[in-house]
Design a protein around this ligand. Structure first.
Ligand SMILES: Cc1cc2nc3c(=O)[nH]c(=O)nc-3n(C[C@H](O)[C@H](O)[C@H](O)COP(=O)(O)OP(=O)(O)OC[C@H]3O[C@@H](n4cnc5c(N)ncnc54)[C@H](O)[C@@H]3O)c2cc1C
Length: 389
């Protein structure tokens, strides 16, 4: 068990998972004066599957929390343009300086997740890595009262807490232990295979759409471009199982992406990474002594590159609810998130279906853009209500 300090036997909040949702929540609650512990079974600063693109709402959160300067200092390239290409026909959208955001960013997770954790630790949160949630403590009424965790070293600890937050991702252990029901499920899923390329510079985000498949090129740290291909999950085995690299190349060529010729002079750094797809869902996200946030609470297909942004936004809504200390505020957090996120979820699900014509894809992107504008408007309204939690 690698800890940032000697652990207490009791915290105001124990947060399981120390990535965007968990570290963001820990940062805000610590600034509010709560004693917070993050536990994560992984290692500090470890990489994870991601194509990194942040949207305006996510960058806005990082700026407000004081994390963005660290992302910029790590040399993460600013993204000032997003180009959508529909079978080659481009629509270029400048990223207008607005709402305190003058560019988007796509930091590697080794940069982003570490920066949020570091700011949370500076705010007073504690962290334990190599530490897995093994069980929940409950009182006689069934209310969650803490966690049982076990370290890589075999050490097991019981830690009491007023609230346990599951920020432990798609296959959340907290969600299983509290039997958090799926309240709404998506129908579709997209498979995603990506790699990091040097010598393949791109001007901002480039999103390519072609009937039945899509491609994205995202500039990230160290001069690399994250290049992903996406296809219906039901075709994952057919395209990628025998030879991932050949499937990746085939989708790139079929997409007609204009950067394919330049790949001859570019180099793949490391290996390709794959995600076979998973339909989206909303889970019940609050109950007596517990709450869920990030992918644990609400997962949508990565095709709209919105999971990190949502995790950062929802961390703020959850932290505000937890700061009030009432079960009603937690219930309202759950209901509010469902209402806020539903539009973007449904658009994402339809895009992940690949059952669209290019005209329909354009319309879905317009709806997506409107949903993102609404989410930024809501963040601005929340900021007017109070500078921080
Ligand atoms: C292929 C792919 C591409 C993506 N691309 C993008 C993109 O371009 N833009 C974007 O915004 N989003 C993208 N996403 C989505 C994004 O990665 C997630 O939405 C985001 O990571 C969610 O953050 P989180 O903090 O909720 O959970 P996670 O990042 O999943 O973190 C959960 C943490 O919980 C820990 N944990 C789990 N179980 C336990 C346990 N029992 N005990 C202790 N610790 C535990 C894990 O070790 C992990 O560190 C992508 C996802 C995939 C799969």
């Amino acid at each position: 068990m690698m800890t940032s300090t000697t652990l207490r036997s009791r915290y105001d909040a124990v947060i399981v998972g120390a990535r965007p949702a968990g570290a963001g929540t820990a940062l805000l609650l610590s600034r509010h004066g709560l004693r917070v512990l993050m536990v994560d079974r992984g290692r500090y600063g470890a990489d994870t599957l991601s194509t990194h693109a942040l949207m305006r709402g996510g960058v806005l959160q990082l700026a407000r929390w004081g994390v963005l300067p660290r992302i910029q200092a790590a040399g993460t390239p600013p993204v000032r343009r997003a180009t959508f290409l529909y079978s080659g026909e481009p629509i270029s959208v400048p990223i207008k300086p607005r709402d305190g955001v003058d560019a988007l960013y796509a930091p590697r997770r080794t940069v982003l997740d570490r920066a949020i954790v570091d700011v949370a630790l500076e705010a007073g949160a504690h962290a334990a890595y190599g530490t897995r949630l093994a069980g929940l403590l409950r009182d006689a009424s069934g209310r969650v009262r803490g966690v049982i965790v076990s370290g890589d070293d075999g050490q097991t600890l019981e830690i009491a807490a007023d609230v346990v937050v599951g920020a432990d991702g798609l296959r959340s252990t907290v969600a299983s232990l509290v039997n958090a029901a799926i309240t709404h499920a998506g129908r579709w899923a997209a498979a995603n295979v990506f790699g990091y390329w040097s010598g393949l510079p791109v001007d901002g985000y480039r999103w390519y759409y072609h009937p039945g498949l899509s491609v994205g090129a995202i500039p990230t740290n160290d001069g690399l471009t994250c290049l992903f291909v996406s296809a219906p999950a039901r075709r994952f085995a057919e395209i990628f199982r025998d030879d991932v690299a050949a499937g990746y190349q085939r989708v790139l060529e079929e997409s007609g992406a204009d950067l394919v010729p330049a790949m001859k002079n570019a180099m793949l750094i490391g290996t390709l990474h794959g995600f076979p797809g998973q339909p989206g869902f909303f889970r019940r996200s609050a109950g007596p002594g517990w709450a869920l946030v990030g992918d644990a609470a609400y997962f949508k297909d990565p095709i709209t590159a919105h999971g990190i942004t949502d995790a950062l936004i929802d961390a703020e809504y959850l932290a505000r609810a937890l700061a009030t200390g009432t079960d009603q505020a937690l219930e309202a957090y759950d209901a509010g998130r469902n209402e806020r996120a539903r539009g973007l979820f449904e658009v994402t699900d339809r895009i992940a279906s690949f059952e669209w014509t290019l005209d329909e894809a354009r319309k879905e992107h317009k709806l997506l853009s409107e949903a993102m504008a609404a989410e930024v408007k809501a963040l601005n309204a929340m900021a007017m209500e109070g500078a921080s939690v």
